[in-house]
Structures are given as structure tokens and as C-alpha cells.
Design a protein around this ligand. Structure first.
Ligand code: SF4
Ligand code: SF4
Length: 274
């Protein structure tokens, strides 16, 4: 993403719309993007509507009005001179957009943005089977972002503990060695708005893996959230809940997949209830 110095009039409307604080007003009074911080989410480009005021005249009017303590300020959701420019991105920078822009389809999965369905479609995909626990580790959200080198700190430790990475997950697609949790070297310095690592472990490994995550999270320079999922048995019992409570987690809320995509409960399927 780029801001045209020729067009920008320094109204600062674009500054608050950047989720990672990459836009600022420079010494020349015009807007700039810190390209290192920018995750190419395209929020600034998309969320402001554009007017087509002449930049030189608009700057002059703003200057004159300022002298008499008045202001010409466009509506807050407008870039008055269409100064924000979306640029064609090349590898590896394009990885930033693939993981950060919810309007872009992730090539590895065909899903938008971070490109993972997690376990939301488990009734169809059967990613997590009975007796297994799925753990998702989300990096960078909200509003912090993460470099892949920070993500790799965690994936390498998880791999060393025997975790199995979900094949269809976009971060796993960026790995050169899943047994070691190595992410391809050319994207380690790329920053994204957020990304999710998905692993599967046997139920009795849950506590050990959560403890491992707790330890390694202390070494990572971003925010980490952890989600745990399981498949209830035919009676609706959830075996992982007690483990989480023992671990000191509060069970506050959950997403439930009712299995409407496919009948997975033998009790119902044998009775013909769909
Ligand atoms: S909204 Fe447009 S004109 Fe205003 S500071 Fe941002 S880029 Fe410049
Ligand atoms: S593309 Fe996203 S991260 Fe980059 S400057 Fe715009 S809003 Fe900020």
C-alpha cells in the first residue's frame, strides 16, 4: 500500500482506520505508511470512500483557513483526493495480503483471509475425530500482528512435542518441514495481521500440549490466543472440558457445531432422523 504525496492533503482521515497503526502524518504534514508495520490488509484502501477534489487547491484552502483558525476537514470516512494507492505485490510481500486481507482468497485453501475453516465444518471435514483434541493457536489478534519468525518459535516447539499440524491449514502450507515445524525462510520476516496454527493431539496429551504452549508463549513477541475443540460423544459428553478446568481455564463460551452438514451420530442416523 502506498500514499501518493502528490495527492495527499494531510487530513489524517486514514490514520485511525489502520488496524496496526502503520499510517502516520509525516514531518511534511502529509500521510505516510510505515511499510515494515503495514500488513497489506487493504483496510485503508477499502474503508474510505474517495472524493476527487484537486489536491493543490484543497491544500491551499486548508492552509488559508488554518491561518484564520478555521478548518476544511472532509467527512471522517472520506479520502478527499483519492490518495491511497493499492500496489501490485510480489512474493514474499504478497503473503502479508494473503493472511491479512479478508477479501483475498488464500491460494492454499480457497478460503478468504487467514484462510482456515478451523473446526467450523468438522461435521463434514472430520478434521477432529472422537478421542482427539484440536488446538488452534491464533497469533497477532487484535491489532498487533505477527511476524512468521515468531510463529515459527511456536511451531518448532510443538513439532518437537509430537504435534500433528492440520494439512489444510495455511500456515502448515508455508512449512518446509512439518516434522520440525520449519516455516519457509523467505517469509520469516513478513508480518501479517493474524494467522492460525492448527494441531491435533490425542485427548490424554491435551494438558501437556497446553503447558508447552503456555511456556513457549512467553518467548513470543505478539499476542497469542488458544482455542480447544473436541467431538462430543453420542450422549453429548465433552471430555476436554474437565481437563481445561483442571488447567485453570474458565469455560466462558464456546462455538457448537451441531453436525447439520452430515449425520455423524449413529444414534440418529440409524433412526433415520436427519
Ligand atoms: S485520507 Fe487521503 S488525503 Fe487524507 S491524509 Fe489520508 S491519504 Fe492523505
Ligand atoms: S494496508 Fe492495512 S496495514 Fe497497511 S496501511 Fe493500509 S490499513 Fe494499514
Amino acid at each position: 500500500m502506498r500514499i501518493s504525496k502528490e495527492k495527499c492533503v494531510g487530513c489524517a482521515n486514514c490514520v485511525p482506520v489502520c488496524p496496526v497503526g502503520a499510517i502516520y502524518i509525516g514531518k511534511d504534514g502529509l500521510s505516510e505508511i510505515n511499510t515494515e508495520t503495514c500488513v497489506e490488509c487493504h483496510n485503508c484502501y477499502r474503508s474510505l470512500s474517495c472524493e476527487h477534489l484537486p489536491p493543490s487547491l484543497t491544500r491551499l484552502i486548508r492552509k488559508i483557513l488554518k491561518k484564520v483558525s478555521l478548518r476544511f476537514q472532509p467527512d471522517p470516512d472520506v479520502c478527499p483526493t483519492e490518495a491511497i494507492v493499492s500496489e501490485e505485490l510480489e512474493w514474499p510481500r504478497i503473503v502479508r495480503q494473503a493472511f491479512s486481507d479478508p477479501m483475498v482468497t488464500h491460494e492454499s485453501t480457497g478460503v478468504h483471509g487467514r484462510g482456515t475453516e478451523e473446526v467450523k465444518t468438522n461435521d463434514v471435514s472430520h478434521r477432529i475425530k472422537e478421542g482427539d483434541v484440536g488446538i488452534v493457536v491464533e497469533f497477532g489478534r487484535p491489532g498487533v500482528g505477527t511476524y512468521f519468525r515468531e510463529v515459527q518459535k511456536v511451531t518448532q516447539v510443538l513439532a518437537g512435542q509430537g504435534a500433528t499440524f492440520e494439512e489444510g491449514n495455511p500456515v502448515a502450507q508455508m512449512m518446509t518441514n512439518k516434522d520440525q515445524g520449519d516455516i519457509r525462510e523467505d517469509i520469516l520476516d513478513e508480518k501479517v495481521l493474524s494467522c492460525i496454527v492448527e494441531i491435533t493431539v490425542p485427548l490424554d496429551e491435551t494438558s501437556r500440549m497446553l503447558n508447552t504452549l503456555k511456556e513457549v508463549s512467553k518467548t513470543v513477541e505478539t499476542v497469542i490466543s488458544i482455542g480447544v475443540s473436541t467431538v462430543c460423544d453420542n450422549q453429548g459428553n465433552d471430555a476436554v472440558k474437565d481437563i481445561l478446568i483442571q488447567q485453570g481455564y474458565e469455560i466462558g463460551w464456546a462455538k457448537l457445531n451441531l453436525g447439520l452438514g452430515r449425520v455423524t451420530n449413529a444414534t440418529f442416523s440409524s433412526g433415520g432422523n436427519q
